[in-house]
Design a protein around this ligand. Structure first.
Ligand code: ZN
Length: 485
């Protein structure tokens, strides 16, 4: 919807033309009258008034003299009257990519069109633009973009070589090669890019971090837990925006893609490819692969280590796998697979929010009383048998489980392969776990009345305003406050 430069120039020519027409008719001159005075045929003058021809400077000077106005009067970018304003706007709107896609005829905003018809046309065009802008921010659009991105990553086995190399070169330059990346090293990485990391209590609500390019500062929230790991990741993500040359996103697809890239960069810096792959290869040789060991060796969360394994397993360890983050109600919040695990999907292909089979370890893990260790489980599905390791955790939002799994044949590389825990899942067959057993259904059908919980996100739209929901006035206020100090 961004107007192209030639479109702008054309709109300016029409404004100039309409201003000439305005002054001509005000003086009661016909095209022939004025043409005669400035030495132009009436048809040529008409082309100029309709913005189809750019007048030479000498012609403009003749026109100012003949019309008794200043050059500035002709060159002003304002429409000379309300009617001309509508004509100019219709011309501009018809030139938009949005309208071109409809392949409808261009209506000439000529004198023959009544004012009412012109107002109606322009009003409809404006409404079309408004709807198109709104559509960008719908949850459906975001879900579609998210699914496309997940499929794009699946084709690449969740591996982005350029970002791997970029992250590894930056941590090496800061003097780090293996083990946990320290806060100190992250600060050095920032310094090498010309930034200071500054922790503040008053970050704008709509931003996770704010970078002041002018003064070379990256503002981050304060550590809620001293030495907390989340901060390194957030600082690395802020740096990644700069290193990857990101611009303000103009669509949800672009916003999600940038978010994926900065998350990838942070993970690849915290667990650099060379060190991570050599650690994982050794564990594989020892037939002792475990997400918890990988997590502890690099000082990251269980979820971060599990996700990082999906970046490296196929491309570097020749292994297909799946990852699931499931909340206690059984809904998927994140998922990845390239091992054909039959993930539940909605009609758009999205997996987020879909309920996984009750028999899977991702949900069985919530039923265990002893959760200090991972749950290992073999699950038979219509797509074959899978081995999974699941760890549970708790946040303010409730409990969740992190699962990493592989097809049966690959279980031999993992700690926990000898588990005797087994389950059979026939989902999406509704008799697997979605339909209650008939004995219970007969007993309770008429006697049970649960009151359903309303999910608040159904009612709240995605953040609106400046895309994708960052409040500029809040951000600029924040920068003013801190740039002064
Ligand atoms: Zn099931």
């Amino acid at each position: 919807m961004s107007p192209n430069p030639s479109g702008n120039a054309a709109a300016d020519l029409l404004t100039l033309g309409r201003r000439i027409r305005h002054f001509r008719t005000r003086r009661g001159l016909t095209l022939d009258d004025l043409g005669e005075r400035v030495g132009l045929a009436a048809s040529q003058l008409s082309l100029i008034e309709n913005g189809k021809r750019e007048p030479k400077l000498s012609v403009l000077q003749e026109l100012t003299a003949a019309l008794g106005v200043e050059l500035n009067d002709l060159l002003s970018t304002e429409a000379p009257n309300p009617r001309a304003a509508l004509e100019i706007e219709l011309d501009r709107l018809q030139r938009s990519a949005l309208y071109s896609e409809l392949t409808l005829p261009q209506v000439k905003p000529s004198k023959g069109i009544p004012d009412d018809a012109l107002r109606a046309l322009v009003g409809l065009h404006r409404e079309l633009q408004r709807h198109a802008n709104e559509a960008i921010a719908t949850p459906e659009e975001a879900r579609r973009a998210n699914t496309e991105l997940r499929e794009w990553m699946r084709e690449r086995d969740n591996h982005l070589p350029e970002i791997e190399e970029l992250a590894e070169s930056r941590v090496l330059r800061a003097g780090h090669s293996t083990g946990a990346l320290t806060h100190r090293t992250v600060s050095v990485m920032a310094e090498q890019l010309g930034f200071d990391l500054i922790y503040v209590n008053d970050l704008p609500h709509s931003a996770r971090s704010v970078t002041d390019l002018e003064n070379g500062r990256i503002y981050l929230p304060p550590a809620s837990i001293p030495g907390g790991h989340g901060l390194r990741s957030m600082a690395l993500q802020a740096m990644a925006h700069r290193l990857l040359g990101h611009q303000r996103p103009t669509s949800y697809a672009e916003f999600l893609r940038q978010r994926l890239e900065i998350n990838y960069f942070a993970a690849a810096a915290l667990m650099p490819q060379t060190a991570a792959v050599s650690f994982l290869q050794q564990a594989k040789r020892d037939r002792n692969l475990a997400v918890e060991d990988f997590r502890d060796a690099f000082g990251v969360t269980h979820e971060a280590a599990a996700l990082r394994l999906t970046n490296l397993a196929t491309a570097r360890l020749d292994m297909r796998l799946h990852f699931l983050r499931v909340s206690e109600d059984g809904a998927i919040s994140k998922a990845y697979e390239n091992d054909a695990l039959p993930l539940p999907v909605d009609v758009t292909g999205a997996v987020e929010g879909q309920i996984v089979c009750r028999k899977w370890s991702a949900r069985n893990a919530f039923a265990r009383t002893n959760r200090t260790t991972e749950l290992y489980q073999y699950t038979d599905t219509p797509a074959g048998t899978f081995w999974c390791a699941t760890q549970t955790g708790t946040t303010e939002a409730g409990e969740f489980s992190i699962s990493v799994g592989v097809p049966w044949g690959e279980a031999k590389w993992f700690r926990g392969r000898e588990t005797t825990t087994r389950a059979v899942s026939t989902c999406p067959d509704p008799t697997c776990c979605r339909r209650p057993p008939s004995v219970l259904a007969d007993k309770w059908r008429e006697q049970a009345w649960p009151s359903a919980r309303l999910h608040t996100h159904i009612l709240s739209p995605l953040p609106s305003g400046t895309f994708p929901g960052v409040d500029d006035s809040e951000v600029y206020d924040f920068l003013e406050r801190h740039a002064a100090g």
